[in-house]
Design a protein around this ligand. Structure first.
Ligand code: NAP
Length: 468
């Protein structure tokens, strides 16, 4: 008898009626066998087949929108408007990657030398494993960027569905499978497995038939799987997008401080702060600290309440708050909302405390941030340099680009925001969503935007002599 995965509706505090069977190792091996067959038969090699497949998939996703919403809401408690935004983004990604694949195909280059002609063409790396995140059931999951990027590159994909939204993941899988069947395409182009632990996911990455991986999630999960991928007999590219603190620096010359602070608190509390780009640490000059504390406190008090995605996420969040509280490194300004009991707020501390307590420089996944007071820009620079790689760094103030911190921000982060907020990752060619380790496992690549499909492409040069 298989084990079953249950999902939760945190808005009502209930377990959802359906549960989903955990996949067996035999089921995983069948997916792997079929994915290899699909790849070897060149099932997605022809760009016209790929384009047609992605177009049809787009239609099928649109047709199942309400079914997707019903499960999405029940399994995550996220709002209708959040669903709409994420749904649009998911479709937008699909279209962008489809077009990027066509552009890549036309890019083939040829050099005519005196004695030979050399051409270069892109090829899919082979079957790809994808692990989606809990906080984006659509855009970073079974219908998400990594899957569409790998399809656009011509790769079969096996998804390990996230257990917190197992039903949404299975419905997404059904939509992809239905599309393949409607177009008479090889069923091995897509496989889906579920797991209530790490056995199936780890066996997937370990298997020599997998030739690349995309992962979105925590540092611990990403690195555990990365190490498996690198320690295989045949190591493979493993692209992990992981968590981030997303530092924000308020410069002493900042004007309209209140409106910046309101935007920051809104960015921290939207959807209960469950974003990898949520501002996690705000550096504020001593001269502005009193006003900042007052304004942030008032804004947190007015923040709308929102349940977290899953009881486990809430437990992990509360554990991290306890760890931070137990340092006694500063004063807490924390509210617990009556409706869903999710604490939200911040801790005011001093720059030097970051050196004493390592736990302060780790992500807290939820509606909380550190407010770190600094009195000297040079000391702040050394604190920022000591922070590890980040997805984003934000500088707020007058002429932030001319600040001495700008180059430093570019050195530590994949995206630098000038007088704005880091949440809201636009799916456009100019987007870089990644960053130096540990924000991602390979800072040269992005997980969002059309360049993300290059993670699943390899090139082959073909050389021929004149007259052959
Ligand atoms: P997670 O706990 O790492 O889970 C991601 C997936 O990996 C799940 O399917 C999980 O399965 C699996 N997994 C985790 N540890 C594993 C291990 N040791 N071996 C095999 N599989 C493993 O992350 P999450 O809870 O979904 O998301 C929260 C984190 O994701 C936050 O840190 C957030 O910042 C980050 N995130 C990053 C981005 C980005 O673009 N960089 C976007 C969204 C979220 P189980 O659930 O069964 O453990």
């Amino acid at each position: 008898m298989p084990n079953f995965i249950e999902t939760y509706h945190c808005r009502t505090g209930t377990v959802n009626p359906n549960s989903y069977p955990v996949s067996s190792v035999d089921e995983l091996y069948k997916c792997l066998e079929q994915a290899t067959e699909a790849h070897d038969s060149g099932a997605l090699l022809d760009i016209r087949v790929r384009t047609n497949f992605l177009n049809e998939l787009h239609e099928q996703i649109v047709a199942r929108k309400e079914d997707l919403y019903n499960l999405y809401e029940r399994e995550t408690s996220l709002s209708r408007s959040r669903f709409e935004t994420e749904f649009e983004r998911t479709l937008n990604q699909l279209r962008l990657y489809r077009d990027a694949a066509s552009a890549l195909e036309q890019e083939r280059t040829e050099s005519v030398l005196t004695d030979r002609i050399i051409t270069k063409k892109p090829l899919p790396v082979g079957p790809v494993a994808v692990f989606g995140a809990s906080n984006f059931p659509l855009a970073y999951s079974t219908l998400g960027g990594d899957v569409m990027g790998a399809f656009a590159a011509g790769c079969p994909v096996i998804v390990k569905g996230h257990p917190f939204h197992a039903g949404t993941s299975l419905l997404s899988s059904e939509i992809i499978r239905g599309t393949l069947s409607k177009l008479n395409l090889h069923p091995g182009i897509f496989g889906h497995v579920l797991d209530d632990g790490h056995r199936i996911g780890q066996a997937l990455v370990q298997d020599e038939r997998i030739k690349g991986c995309g992962f979105t999630g925590s540092f611990e999960g990403g690195m555990a799987l990365y190490r498996i991928a690198q320690n295989r007999k045949e190591p493979i590219p493993f692209f992990a997008e992981m968590g981030s603190l997303n530092p924000v620096v308020i410069l002493p010359n900042t004007e309209n401080l209140n409106s910046h602070l309101h935007a920051l608190v809104d960015s921290i509390t939207t959807d209960a702060g469950q974003f990898c780009t949520k501002p996690g640490i705000i550096f504020c000059p001593s001269a502005l600290i009193e006003e900042t504390i007052q304004t942030m406190n008032a804004r947190f008090n007015q923040a709308p309440t929102q349940p977290m995605l899953h009881p486990t996420i809430q437990q992990r969040y509360e554990m991290r708050l306890n760890e931070i509280q137990s340092t006694n490194a500063g004063e807490f300004y924390l509210k617990i909302d009556q409706e869903f009991s999710v604490p939200h707020g911040f801790m005011h501390t001093l720059n030097r405390e970051l050196n004493h307590f390592e736990t302060l420089s780790h992500e807290v996944f939820g509606p909380f941030c550190l407010l770190v007071e600094y009195d000297d820009i040079k000391r702040l620079e050394s604190t920022l340099s000591a922070l590890k790689g980040q997805l984003t760094t934000t500088i707020i103030g007058k002429n932030p680009e001319q600040s001495t911190l700008f180059n430093l921000a570019c050195n530590i982060a994949g995206r630098v925001i000038l007088s704005g907020v880091p949440t809201g990752v636009a799916v456009i060619p100019e987007m870089h969503h990644g960053g130096p380790y540990p924000a991602s496992s390979d800072s040269r690549f992005t997980a969002v935007g059309e360049a993300s499909i290059l993670r699943f492409v390899r090139y082959v040069s073909v050389q021929k002599s004149h007259g052959t």
